[in-house]
Design a protein around this ligand. Sequence first.
Ligand SMILES: O=C(O)C(=O)Cc1ccccc1
Length: 299
Amino acid sequence: MTSEETLPSPKVAFLGPLGTYSHQCAVEHFGDNATYTNYPTLTKVFHAVGDEVDYALIPQENTIFGSVVETYDCLRLPELGENKFIRGEKTIGIQHCLVVRQGVELGDVKKIISHEQALGQCSKFLTENFPDAILEKRPSTAEAAQSLLTPEEGFEGERAAICSAVCATMFEELQLVRKVFKTRNPRLRQALIRIGMTAEAEIPPENASYHRPLHHVISTLFTSFGVPVTRIDRRPSLRPIPFDDVYFIEVEELGTPLEYRNPTASPSSVSEENWLRKVQESVRRVRSAGLDATLIGLW
Ligand SMILES: O=C(O)C(=O)Cc1ccccc1
């Protein structure tokens, strides 16, 4: 057996080109002992696992803008749980930078390009500083930065891109003009997906992520009080705590269908009153489990 066979170097896919946050995350995790391949979209990264690579790190959610939709579109595919499994997670800090081609004046910038998550995370900064600029999404932050080097056909104005601090130093022709977050940098959670026969974890959790199974707790509390949960949505909360989420719980309707109900009337039937009591009791139970809970609507 050669030493390579005894210590195989894992093949790892990430969202390219070089300089993306996914690249940074993959290198932080696997270091020099890996062979890396980058793919132009998250969907291609996902599909590479199995045939072409052993692992992929794909961005799952970030503290300001929430879930990465393209990732979740991949995670709902049937091969997840069959022959591809999430085997761990890794969180990295994000430091978004605004870059332009050398010599471009900020006042001349008419369009800002980046990955949609980066545009979303920087939306306050962008609205305050570039209220009239066109925002255009690109497959990744590094692709956006790189594309500033080639003129865009049919577009006359100057462009800027949002990319990572590492990426901002990779191209001599680019100039870093602003760091977007001066104090609180967002965090990005990436899922490690691997082809394999088991779902056993490969990266031990970095710190207790108590909040993630919360929706199970909340729905169990509601259901145990006879109010079946029909839908749960999740968004980052407005509190300055990383991965602190707000859950929106919708419960089964037990009253008269909305279209037949007088919106100003109080609950009319006994069953509606019972239902309301159960919902309120469930909210109290969630609170007594130490969570914030508010009834935000009845319909
Ligand atoms: O484009 C990148 O660099 C990525 O890794 C995707 C991304 C960017 C910003 C937030 C979340 C995911």
